[in-house]
Design a protein around this ligand. Structure first.
Ligand SMILES: Nc1ncnc2c1ncn2[C@@H]1O[C@H](COP(=O)(O)OP(=O)(O)O)[C@@H](O)[C@H]1O
Ligand SMILES: [Mg+2]
Length: 262
């Protein structure tokens, strides 16, 4: 598979205080990778650097072979159409006064893609992809008229509408209860296939990471301390910190995962 995202020795600091140090990570086209770690580990900062929201101190981020840091603003904006960041709390990130139809179609307008009809069709297709069907039941609703799980699905539909190649999902399940978390993780896995998407799933829940992704990178104090195939990392953690994360993964979640996978 071809490499889509290549992060090499990325470091990011805030006012001279390092938040991310020497992180390298490769994601192939269509591949799902989990970035796991406790609060403050630097996960969101890595995602924000990929999305161009913070500047790296050192290191390179290549997307589809292009160095994002060195690229012109125009070129960067073009590339950014190809990746989309979904946050933890869709209630905070969805504009409260817009209807679902407008929320989902908006990135098409922002990136000046398609005419009115094409934008509407793309929004419908995106809502279908996240299983908010029949779409007519959702198009005219406002975010407060949706459940937490439905709101996160709208956030994914909005992320998909420009047909990006990379989805950055930053703790997309943290605001949801355990059964819904697995639904959303399963949806991401499905979208990776149906939309031909690479996914970087950021989570503090190692069990969920193992459920969603073949490859895992574990972060602590701004560094990747362990990475590899999910099965190996989960069953045979090399690092004490990873072992502690395995032990801390909630019992409910693990049980749910077991039930779902058998
Ligand atoms: N905008 C910011 N300004 C200053 N410090 C920040 C900022 N964003 C993150 N940090 C710091 O960087 C470190 C990593 O944070 P973050 O990437 O949000 O971790 P995580 O997402 O793993 O919880 C933390 O120590 C945090 O306080
Ligand atoms: Mg975070």
């Amino acid at each position: 598979m071809s490499v889509l995202l290549e992060i090499d020795s990325l470091s990011v600091g805030f006012d001279g205080v390092p938040a991310v140090t020497d992180v390298s990570l490769t994601v192939a086209a269509g591949e799902s990778v989990a970035l796991v770690g406790g609060s403050g580990a630097g996960k969101s900062t890595v995602a924000r650097a990929i999305a161009g929201l913070v500047e790296p101190t050192t290191g390179t981020i290549r997307f589809d072979g292009v160095d994002l840091v060195a690229a012109s603003r125009r070129h960067r904006r073009e590339l950014r159409r190809d990746m989309h960041l979904v946050f933890q709390d869709p209630y905070a990130s969805l504009p409260p006064s817009m209807r679902v139809r407008e929320i989902v179609a908006e990135p098409m307008a922002i990136h000046r893609l398609g005419d009115r009809t094409q934008r509407r069709d793309a929004a419908m297709a995106a809502l279908e992809a996240v299983h908010l069907t029949p779409t007519a039941d959702y198009l005219d609703r406002f975010p407060h008229e949706l459940s937490g799980g439905q709101r996160q699905r709208v956030a994914f539909a909005r992320a998909l509408v420009t047909r990006p190649r990379l989805l950055l999902a930053d703790e997309p399940t943290s605001g949801l209860d355990a059964s819904l978390r697995i639904e959303i993780v399963d949806l991401m896995a499905e979208l990776a296939v149906t939309q031909n998407l690479a996914v970087v799933h950021i989570t503090h829940d190692l069990a969920l990471a193992g459920h969603s992704c073949e490859n895992i990178a574990v972060m602590r104090d701004g560094r990747v301390v362990e990475s590899g195939c999910a099965d190996d990392v989960l069953k045979n953690p090399i690092h004490d910190y990873t072992a502690a994360l395995v032990a801390a993964a909630s019992g409910t979640t693990q049980e749910d995962l077991h039930v779902r996978s058998t």
